[in-house]
Each structure stands twice: as structure tokens, then as C-alpha cells.
Design a protein around this ligand. Structure first.
Ligand SMILES: [Zn+2]
Length: 428
């Protein structure tokens, strides 16, 4: 079987209009993807409908023996929390979306498209805040992708376990301390992600943001040591040393890599903090397709029979739903099951110790806490009795309810409830 690294399938930062000195020096622009045309982007209603299609497929396909995940996803957004007697339907003005309160949330970043979307959004905001704080102090952030060679037929649980162990090993011991000192690394944010390709199978990989401190110089006027203005690190030198370290450690865990793909480093000087944060916290993690891809076309129904390129695990569910033969359905169902069993329990995003503290961020909240949080700036549109809420689910009208709440019109919400509950009193 032909073997090659699938590093080219890693999401990378989109091209900026004016490459900086650093990115010109770096020479990785060949990888950059172009965004979809505006007209090709799904509408809010399409995104919501897609998310609930995935949600239904995840409930159907997630195996019973994965840390209670199937049961948690089943109850997510549906079963009232203990002691709750009314379900709140909210409008969120900032995101122009509808949300509900009072239901259980599963908090699964890997197995639940509803929780994953919410957690990805919050993590992205946090990481963007960290980047902005670091930049304000004169610091620089480098974006890194770590990959290895893999092939179709690899067992995901096996390569993922070894890969995570290798990454942990890379980030420990005396050589890592020396690397951090050499490059003034204040800390690292690391996310783990998995894509899949027809040619090379599962592609677990890591995205890392390195927060580098600028050198300091003596300010003659004040006598204080201040950060060197407009400082840029030697990105090629950084990459060379990191590649050497990654190759040495990965070898111990039985991995090889192509020199070009094993470690990809991008300067982020040209990019907005939110775009860079999306690089580690969103792409591949949230169910939405933000860029043109085979999966995007599935949503649009253009190429249902096309050969898939890079797919995220959410695309396994899309392909499962869109499949036209039993054989295809079984194949995509098997992909989802293998993926969700391997990833359940793996941390998606990790901050190196003390980095949040140094950047002045509040203590980290767990995925479950983030998923359960109720936005405080929301507008309460309706409070439903539990039998009304259950009737909305039974009638398959939850997407309609959330879409109505997204408009901010209480009457629209009550119209959905009334349609779902002809036998019940629809008003409060
Ligand atoms: Zn959930």
C-alpha cells in the first residue's frame, strides 16, 4: 500500500492579502486554502438543520459501550434537568440564535454536534483573548501543525494512543526545557484533531499555538527593560529545531514523517486573533463547514457520489445520512463508531500550566461546564411546561422552535409550540 503523510490535508490559516516578512521567509503559502464563495455558505437555518441531522445520526450510531456517551447524547438538549419544572426558550441577540435552558447537556466535544458547536465557539473566544493579551505585551504567536505518516488500514485507537503519548513526550524532559528557553516560549495551547481521507485513512494530528516572549532592550529614557518593538522570531530556525525534536520522539513511538509535513510552522503576524484561535479551537471541531470542502458539497447536495477528500468526523455522519446503499451506510457508520470510541475521554484543547495565569485569563472551565452555561445576555421569549416541551420533541419541531427563537419573536415560538401541541394549552 502506498504510504504518505497527509499533512497537506491539515487545515491551515487562510491567505492574507499582504504576506509579512515572516511569512515570506517561511514559504508555506502553497498550503493555503481559499474560502468558499459567499453564495455557497449555508444559511443559519441550513446550519441548524444540518446540526440536528448530525445530532440524530450521532444518537443512532454511537456505540453503547463508550463511557455512557450514547446515553448522555440521547438526553442532551431533550431531558429536563432534575428539579426543573419549566424549559426556557431564549433569543441570543449577539449571535442571533435560539437556545433553551433547563435541559441536560452532554458536554461531549467529540460526539455531540450541539455541544461541540457551543464549546468550540467559547474556546475560540478564550484563545483569541489570550492571543490579544499576549500581543498587547509585545509577544508573538506561532501556529504549528504536528503530523506523522499513516495509512489506510491503521487502527485509529492504536495510532491515536501512540501519537498522544509521543506529543506528551515531546513536551517533557530536559530537551523541551532547553527548547522553551532557547525560543522564550511562555506557553503552548494544543488541540487534537482527526480528519480522514480516502487515500490514507484516519489522520489524527495536533495544532499548537506557541506563545513566544519578545527579547527586551534597555529604554534609555526610562531606564526600564522594554520589549523590542516589531520583533519577529527566526521561524525557520524554530521549525528546524522543533522538527528535530518531533522526529526523534516520534521515532521512539514507531512513527516516521516527511520532512516537509511532519512539522508545519506558520507565522501569525498577519492574522486577526480570532482567525488564529479558529485554527486550534474551531476547524474540524465544530460541526459547521466554514470553508469549501467535499463535506460542504454534501450539505449542498452537489456531489453525493463524489470521492471524498479530507473529511471531519462530522462528515462521517453526513455521508451516512446521504448514503444511497446499505454498504455505504455501514462503512460510514463504522468510521463514526471507530472514531468516537477512540476519542471519547481525550482532551481536545490543552493549555500549558500557568499560561492562562500569565496572560491574566480566568480559571479554565470544563467542557461540561461550558456546554451547560446559559448566556446571561439572552432574552427569555417563552417558558414551556414540560409536557409542552416533550410534545415539541415528539413532533420533531425542535429545529423550528430554535429557528423561531433566533428571530427574537415570542409569537413565532408560541406558534411552533401550538402546532406541536394541538391538545395542550399553548400559552403560558
Ligand atoms: Zn450534547
Amino acid at each position: 500500500m502506498s504510504v504518505s503523510s497527509a499533512g497537506s490535508s491539515c487545515p491551515v490559516l487562510p491567505a492574507s492579502r499582504k504576506p509579512s516578512r515572516a511569512s515570506q521567509r517561511l514559504g508555506h503559502v502553497a498550503d493555503l486554502a481559499s474560502p468558499p464563495p459567499r453564495s455557497a455558505r449555508p444559511t443559519r437555518a441550513e446550519v441548524l438543520a444540518d446540526r440536528f441531522t448530525l445530532f440524530a445520526a450521532a444518537k443512532e450510531l454511537t456505540p453503547y459501550d463508550v463511557h455512557g456517551l450514547r446515553s448522555r447524547v440521547w438526553h442532551c438538549l431533550r431531558t429536563p434537568r432534575r428539579g426543573v419544572s419549566m424549559i426556557g426558550v431564549w433569543h441570543q441577540p449577539r449571535t442571533k440564535s435560539g437556545t433553551v435552558s433547563g435541559t441536560q447537556t452532554c458536554g461531549s466535544v467529540w460526539g455531540c454536534p450541539v455541544c461541540a458547536a457551543k464549546i468550540a465557539e467559547r474556546r475560540c473566544q478564550e484563545v483569541a483573548g489570550a492571543i490579544a493579551a499576549h500581543r498587547a505585551a509585545g509577544g508573538v504567536v506561532l501556529a504549528v501543525a504536528l503530523t506523522f505518516r499513516h495509512e489506510r488500514g491503521d487502527v485509529l485507537a492504536d495510532i491515536l494512543g501512540r501519537f498522544l503519548a509521543a506529543v506528551r513526550a515531546m513536551q517533557s524532559g530536559a530537551p523541551w526545557v532547553r527548547f522553551r528557553e532557547r525560543w522564550s516560549v511562555l506557553g503552548v495551547v494544543r488541540s487534537t484533531e482527526c480528519t480522514w481521507g480516502m487515500a490514507n485513512g484516519y489522520h489524527p494530528h495536533a495544532h499548537m499555538l506557541f506563545f513566544l516572549e519578545p527579547p527586551r532592550t534597555l529604554d534609555m529614557a526610562t531606564g526600564e527593560r522594554v520589549p523590542v518593538a516589531d520583533w519577529l522570531p527566526d521561524v525557520a530556525g524554530f521549525r528546524g529545531q522543533l522538527l528535530q525534536r518531533w522526529q526523534a520522539v516520534a521515532d521512539r513511538f514507531g512513527f516516521t514523517m516527511e520532512e516537509v509535513r511532519g512539522v508545519v510552522v506558520q507565522s501569525t503576524a498577519d492574522f486577526d486573533a480570532k482567525v488564529i484561535a479558529g485554527y486550534v479551537a474551531k476547524y474540524g471541531h465544530e460541526p459547521e463547514q466554514r470553508r469549501w470542502s467535499a463535506a460542504h458539497e454534501v450539505v449542498k447536495g452537489h456531489t453525493k457520489r463524489g470521492k471524498p477528500g479530507r473529511l471531519t468526523p462530522w462528515d462521517f455522519l453526513r455521508r451516512y445520512v446521504a448514503a444511497e446503499t446499505l454498504k455505504e451506510r455501514s462503512a460510514w457508520a463504522a468510521c463514526w463508531r471507530e472514531y468516537v470510541a477512540a476519542f471519547a475521554g481525550v482532551a481536545q484543547l490543552r493549555w500549558s500550566p500557568k499560561l492562562r495565569e500569565w496572560l491574566g485569563l480566568e480559571a479554565e472551565r470544563s467542557d461540561a461546564e461550558v456546554a451547560a452555561e446559559q448566556a446571561e445576555d439572552g432574552v427569555l421569549l417563552a417558558s414551556l411546561y414540560l409536557d409542552q416541551w416533550r410534545a415539541v420533541w415528539r413532533a420533531g419541531k425542535v429545529v423550528d422552535l430554535l429557528e423561531a427563537a433566533a428571530t427574537g419573536e415570542a409569537a413565532a415560538v408560541w406558534a411552533v409550540v401550538a402546532a406541536a401541541t394541538p391538545e395542550l394549552r399553548a400559552g403560558p
